[in-house]
Design a protein. Structure first.
Length: 114
């Protein structure tokens, strides 16, 4: 694992909300910290309502984690483009985040501990 990336089980229960709906809730979430950047919560797919997410064509590459695939969140009133991502086949040192999805927290997407 890259020395500047730390992954551990997130404390407590975490939720992600968008468009007035709870998209996910988990007590098995992971917290990933990369250098001095703010931590990111990764939700297990089993704890996310995947019906609200549409896969997009966007991809990015992290030299430490691998290729990220993106999802848009579809709500009743709007589509939040590329608002979530996952590493479908992460680099070997990042295997813990495989099968997990992270969300960009914003004024329309809330990721919070409950």
């Amino acid at each position: 694992m890259a020395d500047h990336i730390k992954i551990h089980k997130a404390e407590g229960t975490w939720v992600v909300r968008a468009g007035g709906a709870v998209l996910g809730e988990s007590s098995d979430a992971l917290e990933l910290t990369e250098g001095s950047m703010p931590f990111v919560i990764y939700f297990p797919r089993k704890d996310v309502a995947m019906a609200f997410l549409d896969s997009t064509d966007q991809k990015t590459t992290c030299p430490h984690k691998g290729v990220a695939s993106y999802f848009s969140i579809v709500t009743k009133s709007t589509t939040l483009a590329n608002a979530a991502w996952s590493y479908e086949d992460p680099k070997p040192a990042m295997e813990r985040i495989k099968g997990h999805i992270a969300f960009y927290a914003s004024d329309t997407v809330a990721v919070e501990q409950v």
